[in-house]
Design a protein around this ligand. Structure first.
Ligand SMILES: [Ca+2]
Length: 196
């Protein structure tokens, strides 16, 4: 009887596991970058600027296709997508600054501009930060999409695109460093079993 109970308990655990999501990939997007170019630097803010990271066209100030993420297994059966972006920012000038960040997700086909609302790109979340002269702060964007969220439909077997639009207002200078950009892919083990 003890054995049977143990077996039933084991089955219950296995059943629970099959309905759970598992993390299948934890991507560190910073490892895709070429050195520190675009990840750390100083910007002069002459009233207002907009920059787009990661920079895909050699100019931080122009919107582009962002970071293409592809060639990963089972992207078409994702049950969840987590994104975590962190940037450390210091106001190195003598006037206050306001920063706003907007996270974008787009299908692979939207290769020229994932910030214009045309071709399928969408806004995922916003974050803002006020920095007095000499102050430091952290800009963080965290998202967890789950099955049923329309934004997750933009992720297909071909991949997807990601990017952040940063707007800075004020007349000062900043030093910035992007310290984290992780993407976590989640799947249900059941979905990974090929249909006969
Ligand atoms: Ca677009």
């Amino acid at each position: 009887m003890k054995k049977l109970l143990l077996l039933l308990a084991t089955l219950a655990v296995l059943t629970a596991c099959s309905a759970h999501t598992v993390v299948v990939a934890d991507l560190d997007l910073l490892s895709f970058a070429q050195g520190t170019e675009g990840l750390e630097g100083d910007l002069n803010i002459p009233g207002s600027i907009q920059v787009y990271v990661p920079d895909a066209d050699g100019d931080l100030a122009t919107p582009d296709g962002g970071q293409l993420i592809s060639d990963l297994p089972a992207l078409d059966v994702l049950s969840g997508l987590g994104i975590d972006f962190v940037a450390d920012v210091e106001n190195t000038g003598s006037a206050p600054l306001d920063l706003q960040a907007n996270f974008r997700l787009a299908p692979t086909s939207d290769s020229s501009n994932i910030y214009d609302g045309i071709g399928g790109d969408t806004s995922l979340t916003n974050s803002s930060l006020h920095l007095d002269a000499g102050a430091s702060g952290q800009l963080r964007l965290q998202i967890h999409l789950q099955k049923g969220d329309p934004a997750l439909d933009l992720v297909t077997g071909d991949g997807f695109r990601l990017g952040v639009e940063l707007r800075v207002n004020g007349s000062s200078t900043i030093h910035y460093q992007i310290t984290g950009f992780h993407v976590v892919l989640e799947q249900r083990p059941f979905d990974l079993i090929p249909e006969p």
